[in-house]
Ligand binder design. Structure first.
Ligand SMILES: *Cc1c(COP(=O)(O)O)cnc(C)c1O
Length: 449
């Protein structure tokens, strides 16, 4: 392919070059683009996991994606089990989402004024998730959890929040706290740049154990199914126990359903486990793959938000017309039948991995809760048990994960580049895709034994 001196899409097309991936500096490859990105973006990425630090090597750079498939700038296609960490549950570039976003873009991309689309998406969420009597939109899951913390503190007049070791709530200071082992402790900063004062009121407790909750606690914030330490189920009674502990002292129960919301079913983990939180954080699926976050909850609590109440919240692009249009298009297609189908596919993914593990003797264990699949590698837990908390999840064999990850990538299957991420299938992963996935997984895993 000729080297095109500057980005001219017509020249690209004439030269048989792909205008999407053309950078005006010769034939692009994953490594040349990543190297070049590193001179413009710290580490070459805008979300740290994408840099492959946990698994080694250099990331594939995406040119485009469709349904279950993702294509890199070198023209290689992968069966994608990342699906934007679950955000694109209909599959990449679903025509309904594409059309809704295109239409919204044509109507103007942001106004600084209320719109019918944000109203309809708020209604769609309230209709499906009864605990969400009011819904406020923002631009990411991180904003949803940070707003939940501020709202809970403002509404209760208390400072403390309890979170759980191994749960992830985005990149918000108060929730980036690391916990100790096995017991509830005052959080330590989970990253440089978070001062001890920012987490001085954050208590980190072990997952799946109901902590002591006293009347200094504004909120207990939990991933009702933990999906950022592999996929870990809530122990029987854990979520109901949190509800009761909060009720005893007037603390708010906050479910972080950024992953589980509209992934586990129309009413999320709270519907599945029948526990009603005061506040719920959403993100990912509700934007159809566009940037979004939302906080929903009980009317009396939500009305503490400005302009009705004294807890400030604002956002220039909040309730964005394109994101809410894409989200509405997605939720429209996510009825009970869609979840039944996605769950069947998740179950097939699990069987494919389980069969390949048993054929090769590799210690790959899968967990599945509804449509969510996780893997745990190794034999560190007695009796081949699956993790129930972070201390156990951390015993996964990260080096084996890296090996499995690269073998799969080489065979054309993309998993997340980190041992603690869930695997995502959606409406793009039809039987033909899953048949192909099975062949690729078998080939990949046989290659490493
Ligand atoms: C992804 C995620 C977040 C953060 O959402 P962003 O949109 O990435 O800011 C928060 N909580 C959970 C449970 C998540 O999985």
């Amino acid at each position: 392919m000729p080297n095109i001196p500057y980005c001219d899409p017509d020249a690209c097309v004439r030269a048989g070059c792909d205008p999407v991936v053309c950078t005006g500096r010769g034939v692009p490859s994953n490594t040349t683009l990543f190297e070049r990105s590193k001179s413009a973006i710290p580490g070459g990425v805008n979300s740290s996991i994408r840099a492959f630090k946990a698994v080694g090597g250099s990331p594939y750079i995406v040119a485009r994606a469709n349904g279950a498939w993702i294509e890199d700038v070198e023209g290689r296609s992968y069966v994608d089990l990342v699906q934007s960490y679950g955000a694109v549950i209909l599959g990449h570039a679903h025509p309904a989402v594409t059309e809704a976003s295109r239409k919204a873009a044509g109507d103007g991309t942001s106004y600084g004024a209320p719109t019918p689309r944000e109203m309809k998406l708020a209604e769609a969420i309230s209709d499906r998730v009864p605990s969400c009597e009011r819904v406020r939109f923002m631009n990411s899951g991180t904003e949803a959890t940070s707003t939940a913390v501020r709202l809970a503190r403002g509404a209760t007049g208390r400072s403390r929040v309890i979170i759980f070791n191994g749960n992830f709530h985005g990149a918000t200071d108060a929730l980036l706290a690391a916990g100790g082992s096995g017991v509830a402790t005052l959080g330590l900063p989970g990253t440089a740049g978070v001062p001890a004062e920012a987490v001085a009121n954050t208590i980190v407790a072990p997952y799946n154990q109901v902590p002591e909750v006293d009347d200094s606690v504004a909120a207990v914030i939990v991933e009702p199914v933990a999906a950022n330490m592999g996929v870990v189920a809530p122990a029987p009674g854990f979520l109901a126990g949190l509800r009761a502990a909060c009720d005893r002292v007037g603390a708010l129960l906050v479910f972080d359903e950024v992953i589980t919301g509209f992934r586990l079913g129309t009413s999320g983990a709270q519907g599945r486990f029948d526990v009603r939180p005061d506040l719920t954080c959403f993100g990912k699926v509700i934007g159809g793959g566009l940037p979004i976050g939302a906080l929903g909850g009980r009317r009396e609590v939500m009305e503490n938000l400005s302009p009705l109440g004294s807890v400030f919240h604002a956002g220039t692009l909040a309730g964005n017309p394109m994101a809410t249009a894409a989200g509405l298009a997605a939720l429209d297609r996510l009825d009970a039948d869609a979840y039944t189908e996605i769950e069947r596919r998740a179950s097939r993914l699990q069987s494919i991995l389980d069969a390949a593990a048993s054929n090769t003797g590799l210690p790959i264990r899968t967990s599945r809760i509804g449509t969510l699949v996780g893997v745990y590698l190794g034999d560190a837990l007695a009796g081949g048990a699956l993790p129930t908390n972070f201390d156990e999840a951390k015993t996964t064999d990260e080096r084996l994960y890296a090996k499995v990850f690269h073998a799969l990538l080489e065979s054309g299957v993309a998993m997340a580049p980190g041992a603690y991420e869930a695997l995502f299938v959606g409406l793009g992963h039809d039987d033909a895709v899953l048949d192909e996935l099975e062949r690729r997984v078998d080939r990949a895993l046989s290659s490493i034994v």
